[in-house]
Design a protein around this ligand. Structure first.
Ligand SMILES: Nc1ncnc2c1ncn2[C@@H]1O[C@H](COP(=O)(O)OP(=O)(O)OP(=O)(O)O)[C@@H](O)[C@H]1O
Ligand SMILES: [Mg+2]
Length: 286
């Protein structure tokens, strides 16, 4: 059975998408894992990161993104719906030549409008709007070791669809006041949702992201999180992901030769690789 994990934080721009992408690529290339990426964010960052904009547009024009899955629920255009998981599933997607075995269900900008309509179901609404993704993922999750779900920076109905299928979640955060402010809230909201739907969705851990070791506040905040996290029952990953121009540049859809080339030779890739080992260890031992 696949381990299904969401990446989530209400705070935007903290590295959720970057970390999700790197975990998938490193698990596949270095550890032989079969990984499915699910991009639930209407910003489509993870999708473009993995397949580029032209390919995304092609998928979007031919109803092969997750927008079609959710649109089927609010605007039935045929009895069975238009979403076809086999057609939508993009295989071997990373632009890094050494990465195989990463597949993707792409997102779409169209989800911005569709998600509002999911909240205001019409009389003909047939399904629980939180179960829509689950009903598709269960058809294919057996083909993977990991399913990683990249969520938008909110607890929208799209995010709830991701949490619904998840066995746990990770929270990337920048170690500063504004970024860490909402962590307790996101945890309690997810715990309440899990209770409501009758499943267990534990926090797997907090990832310190965009870490600047020369900034005293970052050091103090990261150390503080590491100390207090233990009291709160929240694991904080040992590996801190440095803020780095190379990691920012990794978002470019390019013909990357290797993962080190994509993420950086000066310790950036090593930090991500160490995070990946810690992540797999935690997930597989729980
Ligand atoms: N470790 C890092 N060092 C430098 N830049 C980074 C790092 N991680 C991510 N970035 C950059 O910061 C920006 C935000 O990162 P990312 O998109 O991964 O965050 P996010 O939490 O997914 O954002 P959103 O909430 O909008 O989905 C991007 O431009 C990304 O390239
Ligand atoms: Mg993102």
């Amino acid at each position: 059975m696949a381990h299904i994990v969401s990446t989530i934080n209400l705070k935007g721009g903290v590295g959720k998408t970057t970390i999700t992408a790197a975990l998938a690529e490193i698990m596949a290339a270095e550890h032989g894992k079969r990984v499915l990426l699910v991009d639930l964010d209407p910003q489509t960052n993870l999708t473009v990161y993995m397949i580029g904009e032209a390919h995304w547009k092609d998928l979007n024009d031919s109803d092969r993104t997750l927008a079609t899955l959710f649109r089927d629920a609010v605007e039935p255009r045929s009895a069975d719906g238009l979403f076809d998981i086999d057609a939508a599933l993009q295989r071997d997607v990373s632009p890094v030549r050494t990465v195989t075995q990463v597949d993707l269900l792409a997102s779409s900008l169209d989800l911005i409008d569709i998600q509002d309509r999911l909240l205001a179901p019409s009389g003909e609404f047939l399904h629980d709007p939180v179960e829509l993704l689950a009903r598709q993922i269960e058809k294919i999750s057996g083909n993977y070791d990991y399913v990683l779900v990249d969520c938008p920076p909110n607890l929208s109905i799209l995010t709830l669809n991701g949490l619904r299928i998840s066995h746990g979640y990770i929270i990337p955060t920048v170690p500063d006041f504004m970024s860490t402010y909402g962590i307790a809230q996101v945890r309690s909201r997810i715990a309440k949702f899990a209770t409501d739907v009758g499943v267990d969705i534990p926090a797997i851990g907090l990832v310190i992201s965009k870490y600047r070791s020369e900034v005293t506040l970052h050091q103090q905040m990261a150390d503080y999180l590491q100390r207090t996290g233990q009291d709160d029952g929240l694991h904080v990953f040992e590996s801190r992901i440095p803020e780095s121009g190379d990691i920012a540049a990794a978002a470019e859809f390019n013909d990357w030769g290797t993962l080190r080339q994509r993420y950086g030779y000066k310790g950036q890739y090593d930090a991500l690789a160490a995070l990946t080992v810690e992540f797999m260890h935690l997930v597989e031992s729980s």
